[in-house]
Design a protein around this ligand. Sequence first.
Ligand SMILES: *Cc1c(COP(=O)(O)O)cnc(C)c1O
Length: 396
Amino acid sequence: MSVWEETLRSRLARLEQEGRLRSLVPVARAVYPVLERDGRSLINFSSNNYLGLANHPELMEAARKGAQRGAGATASRLIVGHDEETERLEQEIAAFKGTEAALVFGSGYTANMGVLSALLQRGDAVFSDKWNHASIVDGIRLSGATLFRYRHLDMDHLEAQLRLAEKKGIRRKLIVTDTVFSMDGDVARLHDLISLKERYDAALMVDEAHGGGVFGPYGEGVAHHMGLAGKVDLHMGTFSKAFGVVGAYVAGNRTWISYLVNTCRPFIYTTALPPAVIEMIRTSLRLVREAGSRRIALHRKAARFRNRLKALGLNVGPSETQIIPLIVGDVHATVKLSQSLMENGVLAVPIRPPTVPEGTARLRFSLMATHTEEHLETAIDAIERAVRTEGVTIHD
Ligand SMILES: *Cc1c(COP(=O)(O)O)cnc(C)c1O
């Protein structure tokens, strides 16, 4: 056996021992509230398709229309010149976010990784919530900046670290945060973050991956919902979640965006998004703006679902959004609960340490505006039964 084969096999065996080996499972109808997996119909609580737009007929039509201009973009944007529709899309995003300019990326992962590694340099200080998304963590790592990781939502800890950086004479400081956190469904303290950034002369970047489409009068995100958008230096968001497509944006003033055009390597050295995708994103931006009633339905369903679980004595953590954890605690109990739900037609994926803190393994429920009351009742009944029959004791 080659040294690589041997090493990879032993690393995989180790993951398996730790109960962390993952594998890919085929799925059909994932864009619907009920999907098909392993020959079973399952109510889908595992997608990020919060507004149920991913199967919208206008998006399919937009893809067909875009594809008439060609299948691929043929080169990176700085080389061949960019599609006029891409320019139009970026103007529309800037108008939507109320910024001077915006830039489109192929994915949220590359946007965060690229933007943070381009803005931050060795000697700069970056302040990152402990539970920020992996793409933020990776961008910071790549930048070589000094990382100050503050405890989740702990503003006192953040302030102590800002003071420390100031004492060290670090001039450029950047605070970066998810607005809605994907593991607990809780929300960043943007008011406090803004007063801290002003007091310590730092900049603030927000990641609206789970807030975009869902919060704000027109789905602009949490910063708009809180009336604080104008105080954020750089807005980032994805088109892959509530928007139902793929891709991402960064929006801010002209200087920041031109700087990124010139320095952000995952923007420069990659082929532009194809016309079909650009058309879908443009259409989805309009659908999201017009989706006021879907947003209301989603928030109402999420509140009801949370309250029903709480009434059963279950622990939904600090969730205040469409992302609702059911915190079990023990890893094996969590996995068993997930299997039992699956046998009863409900798909909620178990999330284990190290993705979440030790002792807080959980099932995560992501609600959709298109879940019916019946879907939710079926799920709640199944949860109640599964908790009872599995003898799961819920961690507080
Ligand atoms: C999903 C997610 C991303 C990555 O976005 P993709 O478009 O899926 O690459 C970035 N940040 C956060 C907070 C996310 O939840």
